[in-house]
Design a binder for this molecule. Structure first.
Ligand code: F3S
Length: 106
């Protein structure tokens, strides 16, 4: 599966949703999560994410491993998002800020 990691938090650009062929993204207030049971590892979302927040499970940066479980948990509780949305107005200000987990709204 692919995994959405820390830099998506408060960025939530949703370009990834637009290209996903299996609608595996689930939407929360300020983050998106991939359902590991639905992702087919097509990799299309990786390049389109302006936050470079998506990684293949086996290529997760060492400090992002906990996001595998976070994606599975949140995807099971949040609704599917199947179309692109406007990014938050301050998304660009948060893009690249490290360790945003404390701001994740569940
Ligand atoms: Fe998040 Fe990147 Fe998608 S910021 S919503 S993973 S395009």
């Amino acid at each position: 599966t692919h995994v959405v990691t820390d830099n998506c938090i408060k960025c939530k650009y949703t370009d990834c949703v637009e290209v996903c062929p299996v609608d595996c993204f689930h939407e929360g207030p300020n983050f998106l999560a991939i359902d590991p049971a639905e992702c087919i590892d097509c990799t299309l979302c990786v390049e389109v994410c302006p936050a470079h927040a998506i990684f293949e499970e086996d290529e997760l940066p060492p400090d992002q491993g906990h996001f595998l479980a976070i994606n599975a948990d949140l995807a099971s509780r949040w609704p599917v998002l199947d179309h692109i949305l406007d990014a938050p107005p301050d998304a660009d200000d948060w893009n690249g800020i490290a360790n945003k987990l404390e701001y994740l709204d569940r």
